[in-house]
Write a protein that binds this ligand. Structure first.
Ligand SMILES: Cc1cc2nc3c(=O)[nH]c(=O)nc-3n(C[C@H](O)[C@H](O)[C@H](O)COP(=O)(O)OP(=O)(O)OC[C@H]3O[C@@H](n4cnc5c(N)ncnc54)[C@H](O)[C@@H]3O)c2cc1C
Ligand SMILES: NC(=O)c1ccc[n+]([C@@H]2O[C@H](COP(=O)([O-])OP(=O)(O)OC[C@H]3O[C@@H](n4cnc5c(N)ncnc54)[C@H](O)[C@@H]3O)[C@@H](O)[C@H]2O)c1
Length: 469
């Protein structure tokens, strides 16, 4: 193959093919623009390949295993003595990912957007050099350029022995063909907790370590307590308030973590180490400085509320732009850039970001937590019911958790909704729509909701007696 040194001109050049990027590509290419997307490895970005969707596939398999093991009723429905075969668990995930990648390739073909597999870096304003995976190079220039390079797992190389321990990140943890005998997870955040429960349910011994005093530490106390007892009941060991002083051994064989818990030394041994301690932006070695693209203090691509970078005609979307770390936010970044490229003035200001932790049961929140409402000085009434009062939860005998809602005293407006319980992500969306419509909480209280759904619990929630802040 020959390298192309002449610059090729496009209407839109996109670096990285994540959620916001691909939607921009397909939409603009579909309307006749010349669009190129540069992607070094994952067609469609992290979500379908190494993050949201494969992790939910693993979580679902783990839930089936858990259901089969958990109760006499379920046990009698499956054959005796079943064993988890990790290669089959991972193959199921691989099949799902392959289907998603094929669907993406069809969308590229259908829209006319050109997908170029290789690594891109700026060499001048709005101009990128691509080192293609086939060994050739190309030079591309866009009238507009989008940076959507995402983030990668943060591995703290200041911790002695951490790098030589070759810890797993979510990428390798989703490719395991052997069930870890004892998985030690560093980080009790989103990735850590979702993996902890899934791997425990598949049969690993699991220890989760965090330097904070609580799991998912920024959430309200009742959420943290609910998650904490769920994990403990499932047999997960939690080591909180832990400072990691060093690691020895190699993940996959044996590892030993030297930690200090509130001043007392402790050694934690395991067979595998998974690091789930936050993210680092993919901004290195992509020539940002050459193209006049500045970084924020936190190291993300600096953008304004329309997602414009400091270089004219260059935009950034998704995690690399410092947007909240969820696929649906990257999708919304697409809307912002799309509208601005068409002459609109859509911004990221004030957008409501819902989220859902996919433990079983789920934890979901939209709007303010109690902690946040208090800090902001809102006068609110708190409606709260246990899941045991939701008829659907009773019918399936899954009554762990609660739903709660903060309602502003003066306006009856919903300030925030949190739920720890079965179906939390979907129930939250009903509340989110009510908030978006600016409706009072009574609209949900007096709504006829299909029986017996988890969302029906909203009627019970808003008919309960609230407490005041
Ligand atoms: C384990 C895990 C589970 C998650 N689960 C959820 C979930 O359930 N729900 C949710 O909303 N969010 C979830 N997230 C977060 C979600 O995955 C991210 O917020 C989302 O994928 C970010 O998308 P993005 O567009 O910013 O970047 P990405 O999707 O990461 O895309 C960036 C792309 O750029 C490519 N790239 C980088 N540099 C270059 C270069 N120089 N040249 C060419 N290509 C390059 C990368 O290969 C990558 O494909 C999860 C994250 C993890 C780690
Ligand atoms: N269901 C979902 O939507 C979902 C699932 C997975 C990931 N995500 C997104 O991906 C992002 C990254 O997830 P994550 O779990 O890597 O990060 P996180 O920020 O959610 O959690 C990181 C955890 O690691 C701990 N930690 C950091 N450094 C440490 C150290 N040296 N020692 C001990 N503990 C340490 C932190 O206290 C924190 O609890 C999340 O913020 C979330 O937005 C979303």
């Amino acid at each position: 193959m020959e390298s192309q040194t002449q610059i090729e001109d496009y209407d839109l050049v996109i670096l990285g093919s994540g959620a916001g990027s691909k939607l921009l590509a397909w939409t603009f290419a579909g309307s006749g623009k010349r669009v190129a997307v540069i992607e070094r490895k994952y067609v469609g970005g992290s979500c379908p390949n190494i993050a949201c969707l494969p992790s939910k596939n693993l979580i679902h398999t783990a839930q089936i295993v858990s259901d089969a093991r958990r109760s006499g009723v379920f046990r009698s429905a499956c054959s005796d003595g079943f064993a988890v075969e990790m290669p089959r668990v991972t193959d199921r995930k691989r099949t799902m990912v392959k289907g998603l990648v094929d669907a993406h390739l069809a969308l590229y073909k259908g829209s006319g957007a050109e997908l170029i597999m290789g690594s891109g870096a700026f060499t001048a304003a709005k101009t990128l050099k691509v080192e293609l995976n086939d060994g050739t190079t190309r030079m591309l220039r866009g009238e507009n350029v989008i940076i959507g390079t995402g983030t990668h797992a943060k591995i703290d190389d200041h911790i002695p022995g951490m790098l030589t321990a070759r810890p797993l990140t979510h990428v390798e943890a989703l490719e395991l063909d052997v069930l870890p005998e004892h998985l030690v997870i560093l980080g009790a955040g989103y990735v850590g907790l979702e993996f902890a429960q899934a791997m425990r349910r598949l049969g690993s011994r699991v220890t989760v370590i965090d330097h904070n005093s609580h799991v998912l530490h920024h959430e309200d106390e009742d959420v943290v307590e609910g998650l904490h007892s769920l994990l403990i009941e499932e047999g997960i060991e939690l080591v909180l308030n832990a400072k990691i002083n060093g690691v020895s051994g190699v993940s996959g064989k044996s590892v030993l973590l030297h930690v200090e818990v509130l001043g007392s030394p402790m050694a934690i041994a395991g067979t595998h180490l998974l690091v789930a301690a936050g993210r680092m932006p993919n901004t290195r070695d992509i020539g940002l400085e050459t193209a006049g693209i500045e970084l924020s203090h936190e190291g993300f691509v600096k953008v304004d509320d329309r997602l414009r970078t400091t270089a004219p005609g260059v935009w950034a979307v998704g995690e690399v732009a410092g947007s909240p770390r969820f696929t649906h936010v990257s999708v919304d970044d697409f809307r912002v850039v799309h509208d601005n490229l068409l002459g609109g003035e859509r911004t990221t200001t004030g957008r409501q970001v819902p989220f859902c932790l996919f433990t079983d049961p789920e934890f979901a929140r939209v709007g303010l937590s109690e902690k946040e409402a208090v800090a902001k000085g809102f006068d609110y009434r708190l409606f709260k019911i246990p899941m045991a009062e939701v008829l659907r939860a009773q019918s399936v005998m899954e009554t762990r958790g609660f739903m709660k809602c903060l309602v502003e005293c003066r306006t009856d407006r919903i300030l925030g909704f949190s739920m720890f319980g079965q179906g939390a992500g979907d129930v939250m969306t009903c509340v989110q729509i009510t908030m978006l419509g600016g409706l009072p909480y009574t609209a949900l209280r007096d709504l006829m909701i299909a029986h017996p759904t988890f969302a029906e619990g909203l009627g019970s929630l808003f008919s309960s007696v609230p407490t005041s802040s």
